[in-house]
Write a protein that binds this ligand. Structure first.
Ligand SMILES: C[S@@+](CC[C@H](N)C(=O)[O-])C[C@H]1O[C@@H](n2cnc3c(N)ncnc32)[C@H](O)[C@@H]1O
Length: 248
């Protein structure tokens, strides 16, 4: 099981693999009212930063699941670095059918709702691991402003305008699926820049240090167009938020 190598390279310096800064991740942890000994399952946990930081700040314990072994290794290393390795565990596995042995207080999937074929399917998946009054957390993209040209749609990581909902559309969809939206924290232009622009330096450094690697032409082509596409399209049109939900 592997994800395209491009992600491991482009996100090599990132601890958070979504458009949140450490400050926004801390905001979200506070917004969830995490308390010591609460349990959490984080599906598609990336490098485990949410679990590690919240274990340190709030005393929670939990399990993270990710399909990319280098990210699981980074998560384990981070748990040791922050002194929380006795509170968190990271599992290398496909999260799309993962259900925890014991029901948890918080079940999350931030930046990977394709594992459940969209937000509602991902909430269904998270619900299978949640205590009855537990919190589900999903992080997902939406249109801040709906683009009107195909160029702007494709420049925003989409094939058609239907690929993302509006913010209201996302809220309405999860409510209609039987969930109360009980909290949310959103990315902003600065936090998007920290996620996206930080990838360009990683690409350039990799290209310079590994000129004969077979992936270099792909990365070179990406670096040529990514900054322009980002400032013309993604930065204007794309939003991203983390939403906390409780089953009605
Ligand atoms: C955009 S990143 C988000 C990571 C992390 N949740 C965060 O916000 O920092 C998407 C993550 O999903 C993982 N992933 C993709 N498909 C997966 C699957 N089927 N099962 C588990 N992890 C998956 C990738 O390896 C990557 O770490």
């Amino acid at each position: 099981m592997a994800i395209p190598r491009r992600f491991t390279i482009a996100e090599s310096s990132h601890r958070i693999l979504d458009p949140f800064t450490p400050a926004k991740l801390a905001d979200l942890g506070n917004a969830l009212h995490l308390r010591p000994a609460m349990s959490m399952l984080d599906l598609a946990c990336g490098k485990g930063e949410a679990l590690c930081q919240w274990a340190k700040a709030h005393g929670i314990r939990g399990t993270g699941v990710d399909i990319n072994q280098p990210f699981v290794d980074a998560a384990n290393a981070r748990s040791h670095e922050l002194g929380v390795s006795d509170q968190v565990t990271f599992v290398h596995s496909d999260a799309s059918e993962y259900v925890s042995d014991e029901p948890v207080d918080v079940a999350s999937c931030m930046g990977a709702t394709w594992i459940g074929d969209g937000p509602v399917g991902t909430l269904d998946l998270l619900a299978r691991s949640l205590k009855p009054s537990g919190l589900a957390v999903i992080g997902d993209c939406y249109w801040r402003e709906v683009p009107t040209t195909q160029e702007a749609i494709e420049g925003s990581f989409a094939r058609s305008v239907e690929d993302f909902p509006t913010l209201w559309g996302l809220i309405e969809t999860v409510q209609q699926a039987g969930w109360d939206v009980v909290e949310m924290v959103h990315a902003d232009e600065h936090s998007w820049d920290r996620y996206v622009a930080a990838q360009w330096l990683n690409l350039r450094r990799f290209i310079d240090e590994n000129p004969d690697d077979e992936i270099v032409p792909e990365l070179r082509a990406e670096l040529d167009i990514a900054p322009g596409q980002y400032v013309r399209h993604q930065r204007r049109y794309l939003g991203w938020g983390a939403f906390a939900l409780m089953k009605r």
